[in-house]
Write a protein that binds this ligand. Structure first.
Ligand code: ADP
Length: 292
């Protein structure tokens, strides 16, 4: 049955991105004056949840935050973006995940401090399994413990719930995970770093190629590239997050793979036209208008 608002559960990271813009990043032992500082909601999990909600899905997030001001801010931000946060509980002994980002014209340096994201344990997710059971599609990334990813993919496999693993940031994946996932969505760099057997897993692989688009295997087992859309690029941060969310939403609406990828390509192309990971994430109407 086709649903316009499929139920999507995102299990993943919730971070505050702390972005300092500078003319140049400091050398060892040096202090430089920054140009501008801002905080922005981030984390691949939260980004994908917000993107899916904007596209009209009923989205449930399973993740963790600290009992600090960033945690409160991020939780209310998710709520405002129509993401259900019943599965987002604070931890008492860890800080909210943060990404410290230094941006200059030449350099882009990032330190991620996982904090409470490390407390998204298999037991924690199992406590919230009722949410997963009701889902049309589950999405997971690699900013939470790998044993949790293994537990979630195995659980979804057993229950017959389709699951997209966006293997970012790249991390070696055990066969148990590769066998259990329905779809695997690396970008080109992650595909190379994963060193997965592309013959064995070719049916599951959907590889994003930046502005070049997306490569996937058709039902006839032919590799096809669906080209990206030519747009004015402002900031490609979060392009992959929008792509994954839109793919989940379109597949949750029972679209065929090719059509789902075209929809996700369009959503991601719209997202790169504004600043910030969550800045340009489009609504369903915006994607449909763009595709017309
Ligand atoms: P990530 O953001 O995870 O590094 P990619 O760079 O492969 O992943 O981008 C994901 C998707 O976003 C692409 O498959 C494409 O649909 C879209 N995209 C990324 N960069 C551009 C661009 N410059 N122009 C148009 N679409 C883009």
């Amino acid at each position: 049955m086709s649903k316009s608002n499929p139920i999507i559960t995102v299990i993943g990271s919730i971070n505050m991105d702390m972005v300092t813009t500078t003319v140049r990043v400091p050398e060892q032992g040096e202090t430089v004056m920054g140009e501008c500082f801002r905080t922005m909601p981030g984390g691949k999990g939260a980004n994908q949840a917000v993107a899916a909600a904007r596209l009209g899905a009923e989205v449930h997030m399973i993740g963790r935050i600290g009992e600090d001001s960033f945690g409160k801010e991020l939780q209310s931000h998710l709520k405002k973006q129509n993401v259900n946060v019943d599965g987002v509980e604070p931890v008492t002994d860890n800080h909210t995940g943060v990404a410290t980002i230094l941006l200059s014209e030449r350099d882009n340096r990032i330190i991620v401090s996982a904090g409470a994201n490390d407390d998204v344990t298999p037991d924690y997710v199992k406590r919230h399994s009722a949410i997963i059971d009701r889902s049309d599609m589950v999405i997971v990334q690699l900013e939470i413990p790998i044993e949790t990813v293994e537990c979630v993919t195995g659980y979804c496999y057993e229950k017959g719930i389709p699951i997209i693993l966006n293997p970012a940031p790249a991390h070696p994946l055990p066969p148990a995970i590769l066998d259990a996932v329905t779809y695997l969505t690396p970008n080109e760099k992650e595909r190379d770093e994963l060193e997965i057997d592309r013959v064995t897993y070719k049916k599951k692989l959907i590889i994003t190629l930046g502005e070049k688009g997306v490569s996937y295997m058709t039902d006839e087992q032919v590799e096809e590239v669906i080209p990206g859309y030519k747009v004015e690029v402002v900031d490609t941060t979060g392009a992959g997050d929008t792509f994954n969310a839109a793919l989940a939403v379109a597949l949750g609406r029972q679209k065929k793979m090719k059509e789902a990828i075209q929809y996700a390509n369009a959503a991601a192309a719209l997202s790169v036209q504004q600043f910030g990971a969550q800045g340009g994430m489009p609504t369903d109407d915006e994607v449909r208008d763009f595709l017309e």
